[in-house]
Design a protein around this ligand. Structure first.
Ligand code: ADP
Ligand code: ASP
Ligand code: MG
Length: 401
């Protein structure tokens, strides 16, 4: 008998019909003699709707109260799914994140899981129940409700799989697996049979929302066998594991992130210590910096640009505005941009990948503003308006249709 964790996202439990569909998928696995833990997200756009409700009342709502509100979405889903499963004649028990033993840190809205105390889940499994757990939520050490950040139910599922040493963790969603690019934006994108944890982690971090990046990080750390597949059609999906077959592909996928802000300090004095002052001030305010670029000095001045996520834009601008006087910067510019990236372990041994990406962008007439690379990825910053076109151009340069 195997222990299988199955996670269903918001679109997979959108309405009564979809909840019934999930109940059928889950009971099929259970009827084969497996123990099953199911993790579910809030139905459809529930989380967005709750955020909007809060905004109407107080746009600067306290983060603790936001977590109380947002966690309610998943609580609806677990009860409905338990009812659906019982309706099919199988035993089910719903558990909130705290009943299921999720202990997190205290950063409301983006908490990290510290541990999962699995006694309750294991007891219910021992009694023969299908256990249904609310994703995306836990309790901190003060017993306050926390949430794991948008898309966090994937991480709840992997955390249970790791803590209970499950044989398999399946992430069911509204596409058939992990593709070479978002199949909604690039129709000719191809489904990957396999991808390594490292490549998937890069793709998820660089904007492929099909998996929460922390879920991949955790799956790698605890060696959880992970699979992404469709909740609607029964077909093999994508297996994520330590070493994936190289296939004959230079890159595994193209991802983009449209929530990037570029901030430039223009006309800074070209003397030692300037970068240190800027980035230590940003670090003190817990602002995460991604790409940094410093221009070559001329006429005793230089420019420094860096990127942050849109969610930290206001805080970052406030920091550089405070520094503007003391650093005698001539100007500060701030733009919303797109980060477009190609990912693949294959590029380590193939020097031409960057050139191929830049050629595709040049042929599409897309200007590159900044470039960053690591062993298995190349990212460029481009104008947000050109992002769809650039994504398709780069994808078609690497992946034959
Ligand atoms: P769920 O509600 O099931 O958690 P998400 O919306 O979070 O689903 O993630 C699934 C979506 O991720 C897909 O509908 C697809 O548009 C998007 N996506 C982005 N990049 C990729 C990719 N490389 N492969 C597959 N899907 C992707
Ligand atoms: N419901 C949460 C969200 O919309 C968590 C999730 O779907 O994974 O972000
Ligand atoms: Mg998701």
């Amino acid at each position: 008998m195997s222990l299988i964790v199955q996670k269903f996202g918001g679109s997979s439990v959108r309405d009564a019909q979809r909840v019934m569909n999930v109940a059928r998928r889950v009971t099929k696995t259970y009827a084969k003699g497996n123990s099953v833990v199911v993790v579910v997200s809030a139905q459809g756009d529930t989380t967005d709707d709750l955020i909007e409700k809060a905004r109407e009342i107080n746009p600067k709502a306290n983060k603790r109260e936001m977590d109380v509100l947002l966690s309610s979405g998943e609580q609806i889903s677990i009860a409905l799914l338990a009812m659906a499963i019982e309706g099919l004649g199988y035993p089910a028990k719903s558990l909130t994140g705290w009943q299921a033993g999720f202990v997190t840190d205290s950063s409301h809205g983006n908490s990290r899981i510290r541990r999962v105390e699995t006694e309750r889940i294991e007891n219910e499994l021992d009694k023969g129940n299908i256990v249904i757990v609310a994703g995306f939520q836990g309790l901190n050490r003060y017993d306050d409700i926390t949430t794991l950040g948008r898309g966090g139910s994937d991480t709840s599922a992997v955390a249970i799989a790791a803590a209970c040493r499950a044989d398999l963790c399946q992430i069911f969603t509204d596409v058939e697996g992990v593709y070479t690019a978002d199949p909604r934006l690039v129709p000719e994108a191809r489904k990957l049979a396999e991808i390594s944890y490292d490549e998937m982690l890069e793709l998820a971090t660089l904007g492929a929302q099909v998996l929460h990046n922390r879920s991949v990080e955790m799956a790698k750390k605890y060696n959880v066998p992970l699979e992404v597949l469709s909740s609607l059609v029964e077909k093999p999906g994508t297996v994520i594991k330590e070493v994936a077959k190289m296939e004959k592909m230079l890159i595994k996928g193209v991802a983009r992130d449209n929530h990037v802000t570029r901030i430039s300090l223009i006309g800074l004095e070209d003397v030692p210590g300037i970068a240190f002052r800027i980035f230590s001030a940003l670090a003190a305010r817990k602002i995460n910096i991604d790409i940094i670029l410093q221009s070559v000095g001329r006429d005793n001045t230089k420019d420094i640009s860096f990127t942050v996520s849109d969610s930290q834009r206001e805080d970052a601008v406030a920091v550089v505005e405070e520094l503007k006087q003391t650093l005698r910067a001539k100007n500060i510019a701030c733009d919303g941009v797109t980060k477009l990236s190609v990912v693949g372990a294959g590029m380590e041994s193939n020097p031409g990948v960057a050139a191929m990406m830049f050629e595709a962008l040049s042929e599409a007439g897309v200007n590159i503003q900044m470039i960053a690379t690591s062993e298995i990825k190349i990212s460029v910053l481009i104008d947000r308006e050109e992002s769809d076109r650039a994504l398709r151009a780069v994808h078609s340069a690497f992946v034959a249709g």
